[in-house]
Write a protein that binds this ligand. Structure first.
Ligand code: ZN
Length: 415
């Protein structure tokens, strides 16, 4: 284990540690941030009222919409001068969700990621190709930090340009790949087209996250690449990737010394002790942007039973569902609002439709735009490429041929 003292800590001791940290956090947030202060006051809660882990349920939830309302720095509990990094998730319709980090927050992030990658089997002599997109998104940065902490070699290739990815993987003797699961399968297809097979690579581990993927898909990736495919889970609102560590038993141990999990009934908000429900997290140690009772909208089950790996950290199942409107195309995250922006930038009409097709495990997109003139298609494709580094074909259709809606426009259709 990377940190046996914590990872194999008796559950009772872990709960004591959590409570100590929780009390400190509640006091800290109450004193340092007016939004939290007001939220607690409205419920008539003072920091001293939190005497047990159960008392946490007295505190109101934090939702994604609230976080958008507090954009960008509303939940900050330290001076911005004390922060060293900021990340954000792309906003779909509204504003993005921002996360801000102090030096200590970054240290914690690196440490939980190292814990997680170590549990997956990464060691100092590994070479990791980091094919998550670098940028405001947390993914690539979390994996890089964890790998650095272990002392592995990182290739920050970022997403896109698949043939180049495959050449690098082969030429550099890459042993670990970090990307979305669908992109890993797409890369396998392209490698095949290039006349290569898994024997041409030294790959042995894959770190996959940022999208829901089935067990079947995991088996397929493992078979195609002849690797062990490991699951990663995280959220921008919490820290990024690094919320769980998947052990050799393929179970997801929550790094619960830093991220206190709760399970609730998504309809009533009542706490559930065991079984299936919505995951709620409280960041126990984050300084800049602590999240208190953040509703993830992710449905999973939770268990505190012992695991054969020896870790005592509680276990969450793989996510059963995630209500999100983001799409993944060749490993690149695409939001409808970005396509819309590109269309409009190119001078196109706001009457458009995104046609989503699932071929095998890969999502492909076609954009249909109403226009008189066919010539605009190339301009829109160019804008989309500039924005996303992706070739998405654009079809021009006759004006008024796309369905209209009186309420919210249905931009995405599945075919
Ligand atoms: Zn385990």
């Amino acid at each position: 284990m990377w940190d046996e003292k914590i990872e194999a800590m008796p559950l009772e001791e872990l709960k004591k540690l959590q409570l100590r940290r929780l009390k400190k956090l509640i006091k800290f947030a109450y004193e340092r941030n007016e939004i939290y202060h007001r939220k607690f006051d409205e419920q008539g809660i003072k920091p001293g009222d939190i005497k047990s882990l159960e008392d946490l349920s007295k505190i109101p939830f934090l939702t994604k919409d609230e976080m958008r309302n507090y954009y960008p720095f509303g939940l900050l509990c330290v001076q911005l001068d004390d922060c060293v990094e900021v990340h954000a998730s792309s906003g779909t319709t509204g504003k993005p969700v921002v996360d801000v980090y102090t030096k200590k927050d970054i240290e914690i992030w690196a440490d939980v990621m190292a814990r997680s990658l170590w549990a997956n089997g990464m060691r100092r002599n590994d070479i990791m190709q980091n094919s998550y997109g670098y940028g405001l998104f947390t993914g690539a940065h979390g994996f890089e930090r964890g790998a650095h902490r272990i002392g592995a070699l990182v290739i920050p290739v970022s997403s896109g340009n698949t043939k180049r990815q495959i050449n690098i993987m082969k030429d550099f003797g890459v042993t670990c790949i970090a990307c979305t699961p669908s992109y890993a399968l797409y890369m396998a297809e392209v490698a095949e087209e290039m006349g290569l097979c898994s024997d041409d690579f030294k790959l042995r581990l894959g770190f996959f996250g940022a999208e829901a993927w089935s067990d079947e898909m995991r088996r397929k990736i493992e078979e195609k690449w002849n690797i062990r495919a490991c699951e990663h889970y995280g959220l921008t609102e919490i820290i990024g990737p690094g919320v769980v560590s998947e052990c050799e038993e393929k179970r997801l141990h929550i790094n619960a010394d830093h991220f206190l999990p709760e399970l609730i009934d998504p309809k009533t908000g009542e706490r559930i002790e065991e079984g299936e429900g919505e995951l709620v997290f409280t960041t126990l140690t984050k300084e800049a942007f602590p999240a208190i009772r953040f509703r993830t909208r992710d449905i999973a089950s939770y268990s505190e039973e012992a695991c054969d790996c020896g870790r005592t950290l509680p276990i969450q199942s793989r996510i059963k569902g995630r209500s999100d409107d983001m799409m993944k195309v060749k490993g690149v995250i695409v939001f409808p609002s970005q396509i819309e922006e590109a269309i409009i930038k190119a001078g196109g009409s706001e009457n458009y439709q995104i046609v989503k097709k699932k071929e095998k495990e890969m999502t492909t997109l076609i954009v249909r735009v109403e226009a008189e003139d066919e010539g605009i298609a190339k301009r829109i494709e160019g804008e989309i490429y500039t924005m996303l580094n992706l070739h998405i074909p654009v079809e021009i259709v006759k004006p008024f041929s796309l369905p209209r809606s009186e309420g919210k426009a249905k931009r995405i259709v599945e075919e």
